[in-house]
Design a protein around this ligand. Structure first.
Ligand code: GDP
Length: 331
């Protein structure tokens, strides 16, 4: 990838997009193109088409999406499916018409079926029913993968989707009702410490297992994939199943390679924050899928490994929380 090539990162203010931009800038890419939501609404087909026609980026990362934690997914299913289908459909087609050379679409490990063998391999996609709490989001994201696959097959494009495990990192959403578990637990433990509470409430039973990836590791992985030589990148584009008979979607898992229970996570967060109370489980809240651990052997085989341990990432995230507006409200 030429250091002066125009690279569009959609969703640059989000957890993933901001990490991709940091990684690109750190590696000396000088022509990174971004737009705020106010400047470009990707759910709007005409605006998206105009943007690609005028800007003609050579490479694009689609990290703009409607995302949220288990409760947000459960509460706003219509918005999760509608917005994500619209963004991907507008974006992928406009990228094709304007001649984007390579496209990486951000997908998610929650797109895999609820009960599949663990760790989950790329070929487990579409092999069984989905987790109901996030099925609308997952179906939308699967449509994005299928679009990449179909465009590669019909038009010879080079589009792939990456499948990160649960993410956390600087700029996370610390809102307790819409955010994911790590930012929520950081905030809850911090507030419990400040108030001198005896306990912190953790949703569900604490038994589900999750794998967590630090956002800057994901940013680095995405840029490393985008830079791969053709002969390796082309191996990720998926096979034409109608010809090969092989189910090989154009996706690649990105994860740490190990998971923890939510109870273990809560204990780690308490230690990092310095809150010494007890954990109380609120079983009226959903557990979601029992386990989500990714098989990252495909990614490891092309030479990439996550660099940030959960412990180190949590410490960095707590420092980020202390700088955030959420901490100012909590103190
Ligand atoms: P998921 O991976 O799609 O289920 O996304 P989440 O990050 O929202 O939740 C992961 C797990 O953490 C689920 O089992 C939740 O019930 C559990 N959890 C425990 N406490 C919390 C909390 O305060 N907020 C959230 N979002 N999840 C929590």
């Amino acid at each position: 990838m030429d250091k002066h090539a125009k690279i569009y990162v959609a969703g640059h203010r989000g957890l993933v997009g901001s990490a991709i931009v940091r990684s690109l800038r750190a590696e000396g890419y000088s022509n990174v193109c971004v737009r705020t939501h106010a400047e470009l609404d990707l759910t709007n087909q005409a605006q998206t088409a105009n943007f690609f026609t005028l800007e003609k980026p050579a490479y694009a990362f689609l990290a703009a999406a409607r995302t949220g934690g288990i409760l947000a997914n459960n509460s706003y299913p219509a918005e999760f499916i509608r917005d994500n289908i619209a963004i991907q459909s507008n974006f992928i087609h406009a990228a094709y018409l304007s001649g984007v050379t390579r496209l990486i679409v951000l997908s998610s490990s929650c797109v895999y079926p609820r009960l599949v063998p663990q760790p989950m391999c790329e070929r487990h996609l579409l092999s069984a029913p989905l987790e109901p709490t996030n099925r609308p989001y997952a179906v939308a994201k699967i449509a994005g993968i299928e679009m990449c696959w179909s465009y590669n097959r019909q038009y010879g494009t080079r589009y792939i989707a990456v499948m990160p495990s649960n993410l956390y990192g600087p700029g996370d959403n610390y809102d307790l009702s819409s955010g994911h578990v790590i930012p929520a637990l950081i905030r809850k433990c911090h507030e419990a410490k400040v108030r001198g509470d005896r306990h912190v409430v953790v949703w569900g039973t604490g038994k589900p297992r999750r794998e967590f990836l630090y956002s800057d590791d994901l940013g680095h992985a995405c840029v490393s994939l985008m830079k791969l030589p053709d002969r390796i990148f082309d191996g990720l584009l998926g096979s034409d199943e109608t010809v090969s008979g092989l189910f090989e979607p154009p996706i690649i898992n990105i994860g740490l390679g190990e998971d923890v229970t939510i109870e273990e996570l809560a204990t780690l967060v308490m230690r990092v924050v310095g809150f010494r109370g007890k954990i109380v489980f609120d079983a009226t809240k959903p557990d979601g899928t029992p386990r989500k651990l990714l098989d990252v052997s495909r990614l490891n085989a092309i030479g990439w490994r996550a660099r940030t341990s959960l412990q180190a990432g949590l410490a960095k995230s707590y420092a980020d929380f202390l700088r955030s507006d959420a901490a100012a409200v909590s103190s």
